[in-house]
Design a protein around this ligand. Structure first.
Ligand code: GDP
Ligand code: MG
Length: 199
């Protein structure tokens, strides 16, 4: 199937901190207001199996990158990764963070949805802001609703609480959406402003 940027789909998951803090509605409203269409949505308890597939250990570059960011952060604050975690290997540190993340996704129910619209992947990522809420610009969801940092998260041996997951790329979206939604649960309809905003 050829990818059409005018009708892109992305996976968005309101993580446990968004649900537990009761800000799900406010976040969903932002997506609706920008013109993104909700074409699938459900609340669910994430199983370990789903979390593991969603954050695949086989994406080695991504796992290693989390380890690298952690080492950089430790250097900044004069913390020894070796003393704290027994290793300075970026892949090992990345795998440890991935484990924290898998635990975290199971802490409470989450709200998963598929959003559709022109350049949906890029648009949602822009609305989320930087992965680290401390660095996310004001006006973005992560920047407006949280202040978490690598320092705080790593100190408590937990994933960074940044409220929302969204597919990073179109390829990621194509991999992720079928993990969370059966094709028959993804809907098709026209929103009234599509004519005004797109034609
Ligand atoms: P995202 O696409 O912006 O969500 O970021 P990534 O795909 O790089 O990471 C997935 C999730 O792992 C993030 O949303 C955070 O919850 C968590 N995470 C990423 N990097 C770190 C880190 O360096 N330390 C900790 N504790 N958690 C991290
Ligand atoms: Mg990501």
């Amino acid at each position: 199937m050829k990818h059409d940027p005018a009708k892109e789909q992305t996976l968005v998951v309101l993580k446990p901190d968004a649900v537990l803090r009761g800000v799900s509605g406010e976040i969903i409203t932002r997506f609706e207001k920008v013109g993104l269409k909700i074409v699938a949505m459900r609340m669910l308890d994430v199983t370990k199996e789903l979390a593991e597939k969603h954050y695949p250990v086989s994406r080695e570059e991504w796992v290693r990158m989390m380890g690298e960011k952690t080492l950089e952060n430790y250097e900044k604050y004069g913390i020894s990764a070796k003393e704290r975690h027994g290793t300075e290997d970026t892949l090992e540190l990345g795998k440890m963070i991935r484990e924290w993340l898998i635990e975290y996704m199971q802490e409470s129910p989450v709200i998963a949805m598929v959003l559709e619209g022109p350049h949906a992947c890029e648009l949602v990522r822009k609305m989320l802001g930087h992965t680290l809420p401390l660095l996310a610009a004001p006006g973005t969801i992560r920047g407006d609703y949280a202040y978490d940092s690598s320092y705080l998260a790593n100190k408590s041996a937990r994933a960074i609480k940044n409220l929302v997951h969204a597919s990073g790329t179109v390829e990621e979206a194509m991999y992720e959406i079928p993990l969370w939604f059966d094709k028959s649960h993804i809907f098709s309809y026209t929103r009234v402003e599509e004519k005004v905003m797109q034609e």
